[in-house]
Design a binder for this molecule. Structure first.
Ligand code: SF4
Length: 407
């Protein structure tokens, strides 16, 4: 049995035959996971220094040289690496006085920090499967981003207290700016909002819960939603990036909504984390420094702040190591440009815009397929996995330890 690292559900029940250089006899893999497994056979990286193919040791030596000579190095990525690799990355950051940041500083970090500090009540996905009678997808489209979410946990499965499941016992609500694939599945309770209007929507729910007339266009529908929330025995809210980007400075309002809902009934929040081990990095860094991301070890002690996030640090660093991430494709163009100008080390199993622009490319084994390790699911459950394919490539952790040794 294999574990899929295609998203932060970390499905552990995957059956797949990967012998003979092709994927066959696949069971339980969704289409996104299928693409993730299939990518093991295409677009793999090779060790490179300044665009010239070299052997692995030479690439590792050059990476060590760049980091050793840097005054303000940046280490970024981490959400697609195992806990073991992340721990090696933290050792490296401390050793060279680097800034370290992961993808959460640009996405779910603002909510994850409140979950990990206990300000917002959370739960496991197994709790959702067993107890939830209402699931709310807010600015999230799991049918596309986490395709087995609804079938394994939140809508279709029969749980301990939800034997009648979606046919009779589970209600699915979608709040989104567009009619997504998930909104089509849950069309009875699809609430369309304007881009950026999530804060107003929260205020409208709070008003309706208190029996006041909500200040929104469709007051009747909002009062109906308040009725569903009040009747819920055990509910779960799954905020996606649409909601996070819209709320940002208004996250206190969302916290107030969850507190209010928990005065009436039980409601838990599980962020729809995308990368398979973003939460693992946040937990690990928090245990070590008290902060979940954007930390600088320059000068010895750990210092946190927006100036140490990828967006700012890319402009203030003189070298960068990017692991398991493609910031040149996914981050704003100013940040991508700043990164591309640096001596850039990319550790990645697959080719990307970032590896194409990197001064040093170090190929690694794909976690879950070619390398084992441990990761933390979006709900905080630790998942250990073993490789199912043989490879001569080192894991992320082995590469980082070799760089550390060489430094
Ligand atoms: S839902 Fe996510 S972890 Fe599960 S099989 Fe699909 S991509 Fe992989």
């Amino acid at each position: 049995m294999a574990t899929c690292t295609g998203c932060s559900l970390l499905c552990e029940d995957i059956e797949a035959d990967v012998s003979g250089g092709a994927l066959s006899h696949v069971k339980n893999l969704c289409r996104k996971g299928h693409g993730h497994f299939q990518a093991a056979f295409t677009e793999r990286t090779v060790p490179m220094v300044d665009g010239v193919r070299v052997d692995l040791e030479e690439a590792v030596a050059k990476a060590a040289e760049i980091l050793r000579n840097a005054k303000s190095p940046l280490l970024y990525g981490w959400s697609n690496s195992t806990l073991e690799a992340q721990a090696a990355g933290l050792d490296l950051a401390e050793r060279i006085g680097a800034t370290i940041d992961d993808t959460s500083s640009f996405c779910q970090g603002i909510l994850m920090e409140r979950i990990l500090s206990g300000k917002i009540a959370s739960c496991t996905l197994d709790d959702v499967r067993n107890y939830a009678d209402t699931s709310i997808f807010w600015g999230a489209d799991p049918s596309s981003s986490h395709p087995r979410h609804l079938s394994r946990f939140s809508y279709y499965p029969r749980g301990e207290k939800r034997q009648k499941s979606y046919e009779e016992e589970r209600t699915c609500v979608v709040v989104d700016v567009r009619r997504s694939a998930t909104a089509n599945l849950c069309r009875k309770y699809y609430f369309r909002i304007s881009p950026g209007a999530d804060g107003e929507f929260v205020e409208a729910i709070l008003s309706a819960l208190d029996g006041k007339v909500p200040k929104v266009g469709d007051k009747k529908k909002m009062i109906e939603l308040a009725g569903i929330l009040k009747k819920t025995e055990w509910g779960a809210i799954f905020p996606g990036l649409g909601m996070i980007y819209s709320m940002q400075e208004k996250m206190d309002l969302f916290e107030a909504l969850i507190a209010r809902l928990n005065e009436i009934t039980t409601f838990r929040v599980v962020p729809m984390v995308g990368h398979y081990n973003m939460r693992g990095f946040n937990e690990l860094l928090r245990d070590k420094t008290g902060f979940i991301n954007s930390v600088s070890f320059k000068g010895g002690a750990a210092v946190h702040g927006p100036e140490h996030s990828i967006v700012a640090a890319a402009k203030n660093s003189d070298a960068a190591l990017v692991i398991g991430s493609d910031p040149l494709s996914s981050l704003p163009v100013g940040t991508a440009r700043a990164l591309a100008r640096l001596p850039l080390i990319a550790i990645d199993p697959r080719r990307s815009l970032t590896t194409d622009a990197a001064s040093v490319v170090i190929p690694s084994a794909i976690s879950g397929l070619e390398a084992g390790g441990t990761a933390v699911r979006m709900d905080g459950v630790k998942i250990k996995f073993e490789p199912i394919m043989k490879t001569d490539l080192p894991s992320d952790e082995q590469i980082l330890r070799r760089i550390l040794e060489a430094i």
